[in-house]
Design a protein. Structure first.
Length: 278
């Protein structure tokens, strides 16, 4: 199969990762592995692959939206322009969340605030497959919830992961208590909107931006109300943006202890968590 032709279209369109993206286009459209693809002279859907590459080069729409597919923790997610494209660094949040609750006994209630494509809730449900769990994902965007439901059906997790439209805790009843509250909230300060990579413009504003100068608006709002919704010994855990660790650490100190954080592979303090004071 002529992968070089697809690479060239992307390269000439100024796409930096043209080799990786050409492979992704070929694999997703054909539903074959690369070795299977190389055995073919021409794939029946090669014209479709070329069409997608041209669209990518011309419009610079992220390839994941053109293919309606993104990989997260090695799994294929359905994505569209209503949800953030899952990022590799969010894997740290999922893995740390798992560590925090894996030894808890009995029913585990987990809340994922800003569930987007559902990737955090669903990967956590898979890691905790031997536990009795109920995960509630909330999002302010009903369109995002529709997308998350597609992924939940795809992974056959509708009995474990459910969704609700909510502005943070607005639709969480006061009797609802969780062992773990997770969030990868919007954390880019809105003032940075005009200086960002062009391709970020395709992702929903509500998934990216916080209204304050430091980008901590959502951390503040969640930390304020989380104590009312955590069980005894419950944890709150966040993904962080660049340089936000000190501010969020300070905010957590009032009601949380055992506060700690970890850095991603680029050395950015990426995940922070704490245990509720009782
Ligand atoms: C950074 S994205 C994270 C999406 C997904 N959890 C992930 O990690 O890929 C933030 C998500 O928060 C949602 N969101 C924004 N404001 C919200 C609010 N006030 N209440 C609930 N969700 C909100 C957005 O719609 C978006 O899906």
């Amino acid at each position: 199969m002529n992968l070089a032709g697809i690479e060239n279209i992307l390269k000439n369109g100024g796409i930096e990762e043209y080799k990786t993206e050409a492979k992704l286009i070929a694999q997703i459209i054909s539903d074959l592995s690369l070795s299977e693809l190389f055995l073919l002279d021409k794939h029946p859907k090669e014209d479709k692959m070329i069409e997608i590459a041209k669209k990518r080069a011309k419009t610079r729409t992220p390839i994941q939206y053109l293919l309606n597919c993104a990989y997260f923790m090695g799994q294929k997610y359905y994505v569209d322009e209503n949800v953030l494209i899952p990022r590799d660094e969010t894997e740290f949040l999922v893995r740390k969340s798992y560590e925090l609750v894996k030894n808890k006994i009995g029913l585990l209630n987990i809340l994922d605030i800003g569930s987007g494509s559902g990737c955090i809730s669903l990967e956590l449900a898979k890691l905790l497959k031997d536990k009795n769990i109920e995960i509630l994902g909330v999002d302010i965007s009903p369109q995002a919830i529709i997308t998350a439901l597609k992924n939940t059906q795809k992974f056959d997790l509708i009995r474990k992961v459910i969704y609700r439209k909510s502005d943070i805790f607005s639709n969480i009843y006061k009797e609802e208590k969780f062992d773990l509250i997770i969030s990868n909230p919007p954390y880019i300060p809105i003032k940075e909107k005009n200086n960002l990579d062009y391709e970020l413009k395709f992702e929903p504003d509500c998934a990216l931006f916080a209204s304050d100068n430091e980008g901590v608006e959502f951390y503040r709002r969640i930390i304020d109300d989380a104590p009312k919704h955590l069980k005894k010994d419950g944890f709150l855990i966040f993904e962080l943006g660049v340089n936000q660790v000190d501010l969020v650490f300070e905010l957590l100190k009032k009601d949380f202890f055992e506060i700690d954080y970890l850095s991603d592979l680029a050395g950015i303090e990426r995940v922070i968590w704490g245990r509720i004071k009782n």
